[in-house]
Design a protein around this ligand. Structure first.
Ligand SMILES: O=C(O)CCC(=O)C(=O)O
Ligand SMILES: [Fe+2]
Length: 321
């Protein structure tokens, strides 16, 4: 087991919750600027926060997503293995307690149909396709707000359109089997500590907890599942794009409850060929350039190499100046 297991779990710390439920949350309003300041502060402090999206708007949708996941993961392994992609680690994955299915560009209805047709070649699955598509659209909406706020808060909003146009989306659905009934922490690890190889990620836990975020002073914060919140997190590429001004937090899944756990993660990722380079506005004497420009796939290839897997931070090992 890595040294992470020795770190204390903070009982008192909780991730900040920021209210995104106001229908009038639009750029240029004072409400927008208020929320933007909270987002900036939370991302500086924790690299992530919980976005509260309202008491009612979300419940039906997340319930349908949960039911869809139960149906999907109940399929035979050979069927789930038909969820393949030309890109590595984008399709069905399974190890220890963890299994996951992936939908590329889940905000595009045709791509979601393609996914259900991989699993049900005769006629797909209309209801699951519609649910996952609607869910992805909702997450994209939320991400666009958070990313606009973040870029505005660093005074680089003039690059926003270019930045958003160079992004695509991957939705992953995850199921973690209940751990064995023993007191060994290692057997409860659903997902090893990592930083996300994304620009941003939006996570959601369905009923059962497990997600833990590492603070800057090396404590684990356990995030309680909430029907009304999504966790928005900085990934390695946003860290590089912002010249290290925000950091991508380490996080893991520890299955302390003896229950099956479902979660979803929407990854916002640079498109093929996009070069990540911090704009000049973020480089000055106080903030010297931290990373050399790099292309997404080159970094991913490094990340999956022996050296990348061994590195404490693949991002720093790959392109720190
Ligand atoms: O299952 C979770 O809550 C976290 C998943 C995660 O961190 C990931 O897929 O990168
Ligand atoms: Fe992650």
């Amino acid at each position: 087991m890595d040294s992470d297991s020795l770190l204390p779990l903070s009982e008192s710390l909780e991730l900040p919750v920021i209210d995104f439920s106001d229908q009038n949350l639009t750029p240029g309003t004072s409400k927008w600027d208020e929320v933007k300041a909270d987002v900036r502060k939370a991302l500086e402090d924790y690299g992530c926060f919980q976005a509260f999206v309202g008491k009612v708007s979300n419940i039906e949708l997340t319930k349908s997503v949960f039911e869809a996941m139960e149906e999907l993961f109940d399929l035979p392994v050979q069927t789930k293995q038909r969820n393949v992609s030309s890109k590595p680690f984008h399709g069905y994955l399974s190890h220890n307690l963890y299994q996951s299915l992936g939908i590329e560009e889940a905000n595009d209805a045709e791509k979601v149909n393609y996914f259900t047709q991989q699993l049900w070649p005769d006629h797909g699955n209309k209801s699951i396709s519609e649910t996952m598509h609607k869910f992805a659209e909702r997450l994209v909406e939320l991400d666009l707000m958070a990313r606009r706020m973040t870029m505005e808060s660093f005074g680089i909003e003039k690059y926003l359109d270019e930045h958003l146009n160079s992004t695509y989306y991957v939705l992953r659905m995850m199921k973690y089997t209940a751990p064995p009934d023993d007191d060994v922490e290692e057997t409860k690890l659903g997902l090893l500590s990592h930083t996300d190889k994304s620009i941003t990620t939006i996570l959601h836990q369905y009923e059962v907890d497990g997600l833990e975020i590492k603070t800057k002073d090396n404590k684990w914060i356990k995030v309680k599942p909430s029907q009304h919140c999504f966790i928005i997190m900085v990934g390695d590429f946003l860290c590089a794009l912002l010249n290290g001004r925000l950091y991508s937090p380490n996080h893991r899944v520890l299955m302390t409850a003896k229950k099956t756990r479902y979660s979803t993660a929407m990854f916002f990722v640079p498109k093929q060929g996009v070069v990540i380079d911090a704009p000049e506005e973020l480089v000055d004497q106080e903030h010297p350039r931290m990373f050399k420009p790099f292309e997404y796939n080159e970094f991913i290839n490094f990340f999956h190499s022996e050296a990348g897997r061994k590195a404490e931070s693949a991002l720093h090992a790959f392109c720190a100046l």
